[in-house]
Structure formats: C-alpha cells, structure tokens
Write a protein of this length. Structure first.
Length: 364
C-alpha cells in the first residue's frame, strides 16, 4: 500500500502543478503588433462535411491582418473538399493558394509542402475541421512577441459524446499547465505556430514521413530535443474548438492512435506522465472492489486522492471554457475511464489495426 499511496501522491502533485501553470498569468515582453507575419497552412483529406466551420471562422475574423497568406494542401481527397475550398477562395480578398500533393501522401508531406511555399517568417498549421472565435487572429496579433520558435495553443472538443469532451478539457488543462511551467508534454496539430527558419533547420518529419499521424508530437519533440524556445499562446479568445468523438468506438480508436504516436515520438516526459495517469486509473477498479468487500479507511483516502484532482481539473476547464455542466459527469467518468483504459490495453495487446484518414498508421 505504501507504493500505491506514493503513486497517488505523485498524481496529486502532477495535477497541482498543472493547475498552477494553467492559472498562471503571462508576463511576456512588450508586444509589437505586426501585420502579415504568419502564413496559415491547412492540410486536408476528405473534409467535405466538416470544413464549413473552419471557412466560416476565417470569414468572420474581425482582423486577419496578421495572416499574409492561406495555403490549403489537398492530401488526395476523394470527395468534394477541394472544390468547396476553391469556390471559397474565389470570393476572398486575402491571398490564398490551393495546392495538391502529387507524388507523396500524408499530412506531414502536406505540411512540409505548405512550409516550403510560405513567404512568412512564421507558419501556423490548422486542421480542416476546427472553429475559433472571431477575434482569434487579432488576439494572436496582440499576444505573440515573436521571440520564440514554437507556440502551442489550446484545443478542446465542442461536440461529440460527453466522455470524450471531458477527456479533451482535462488534457487541455494539464498540457497547457505543464507547458506554462516550462515542461511541455503535448502539442496539438489543430493549431501550432512555429518559426519557418527553425522548421527548415530541424526538418522534424524527415525520419517519420511513413507514419501517417503524429505530426504535432514529432514536431514538439524535435523542437524540444534541439533546445528551441517554446511558449503557449493562451487566453479566453485564443483557443481552438475541434469536433469530438461521435461514440465510444470512435473515442477508443482515437485514443489508440494517440497512444501509438506517443510510443513512437520518444518524448520521455510525456511517456512518464502518461504512465502515471494510466497506473492511477487502472488501480481504481481493484480499490473499489476491495473497499466493498473489506472496509478500510485507507482505500477511501486513496480513492479521494484520485477523485479530488480529477474534479479540480474538470471544474477548472469547465469554468474557463464556459462548459459549466461538464463537471457534473466527473463521478461517472471516474468509474468509466479505467474500463476504457482496460479496453485500450486489450486492443493494443491483440494488435488491433488503427487507421487514420482511411490509411494504416504506418507505411502510407
């Protein structure tokens, strides 16, 4: 029980420092507002039914002068996404370009092509199924100091099943919090900004183009291991909303894909934090069973040490992102998530095939 108690105390400490980081006030240097310093790159594949939110968000911006150019890169779509985008481009005043991956496949190849075509000092990659506030780019302009090589943004789910959204909000609080105290553990490719020169020097995808997913984590790992400067861009106007899992199967398969890229990217801190979270959750079920058949206060204390930080994280995320009702599902999620983890581990052990964008995770 001493070891188990130590694990839960470590978990409590992790959540505590994450919350401190999440609530930390940015004391950055003086901001010089510039125009046309970002090229926006949007790689996509078969997003015909989902790209409307992104195009609407771009159109609704009150000030998009920070963006010099928008580059859309088609990764061999088989639907009408490209036609929708080209039609949208024809009605815009901002400079846009529509590219197509000819020889190669994959999101990383699409990003790389966009970076090579970028005229700006900084590049922002965005997924094609996201949305954001109408002051998003004006907030970037007022918040970014251009002294860093990589900027992380917060990404949360705005629809889908409640269990997936709870995970999304909790992960956002922990990842942004850890990054704010100087320990980045996660990045999300739905919204990343980086210095083009640094990207071209590091070439973060050169050894992993054959892996269809994981562009965000491979990029973060490359910037971290080469000691490039990293910062969060984060406030109530600076977060991205993405589409969540539509059912439990979708949620599990997404988690399998994420766990796969965590294994492959080699970021030790992320693996250690992930291992701590997994162990704490897997211990929950045996503790509940033991507390039923053999009453001991220690069991209830340990369960409380897990439930309390989870509840604090979810309440913090719910308040910040104005999703006040999510925290009400904290107790059911407390019981459900360990079972989901057991299922994920079982599927990994049985070599369950994970696909992304109708492609295998490896060897695209």
């Amino acid at each position: 029980m001493v070891i188990i108690s130590g694990i839960f105390i470590l978990y409590l400490f992790l959540i505590f420092i994450s919350l401190i980081g999440f609530l930390k006030t940015d004391k950055s240097s003086e901001i010089i507002e510039l125009n046309s310093f970002i090229t926006l790159i949007i790689p996509y594949r078969n997003e015909e039914c989902r790209i409307h939110n992104l195009l609407t968000s771009l159109e609704s911006q009150k000030d998009i002068s920070a963006v010099s150019k928008i580059i859309f890169v088609d990764d061999h779509s088989t639907d009408l996404t490209r036609e929708k985008i080209n039609n949208w481009i024809s009605k815009q005043d901002i400079k846009c370009e529509s590219l197509f991956l000819d020889k190669y496949h994959g999101k990383k190849r699409a990003i790389d092509l966009g970076v090579q075509k970028s005229p700006s000092e900084f590049v922002m990659i965005m997924d094609a199924d996201i949305s954001f506030k109408d002051v998003f780019f004006s907030s970037i302009k007022k918040s970014i100091d251009l002294n860093y090589d990589l900027y992380l943004t917060a990404v949360v789910e705005n629809n889908g099943i409640v269990w997936s959204r709870i995970l999304s909000y909790s992960m956002s609080v922990i990842s942004i919090g850890m990054a704010n105290i100087g320990i980045p553990i996660l990045a999300n490719g739905a919204g990343l900004i980086f210095r083009r020169k640094s990207y071209n020097e590091l070439m973060p995808f050169i050894s992993n183009f054959n892996i269809s997913s994981g562009d965000d984590m491979f990029l973060l790992n490359s910037f971290l291991s080469n000691k490039r400067s990293i910062k969060t861009l984060f406030n109530r106007n600076l977060f991205i909303e993405t589409q969540g899992s539509k059912d439990i199967q979708d949620m599990v398969e997404r988690s399998l894909r994420w766990s796969g890229k965590m294994k492959m990217n080699g970021l030790l801190t992320t693996k250690l934090v992930g291992l701590l979270v997994i162990i704490c959750n897997l211990i929950i079920i045996p503790l509940i069973v033991l507390s039923i058949f053999k009453f001991q206060w220690l069991f209830f204390v340990l369960l409380f040490l897990k439930l309390l930080p989870d509840l604090l994280v979810l309440i913090t995320g719910s308040i910040f992102y104005k999703e006040s009702k999510l925290w009400q599902y904290s107790l059911p999620m407390f019981l459900l998530y360990p079972l989901i983890l057991f299922l994920i581990i079982f599927l990994q052990a049985t070599k369950y095939k994970v696909k992304w964008k109708e492609r295998d995770l490896l060897n695209i």
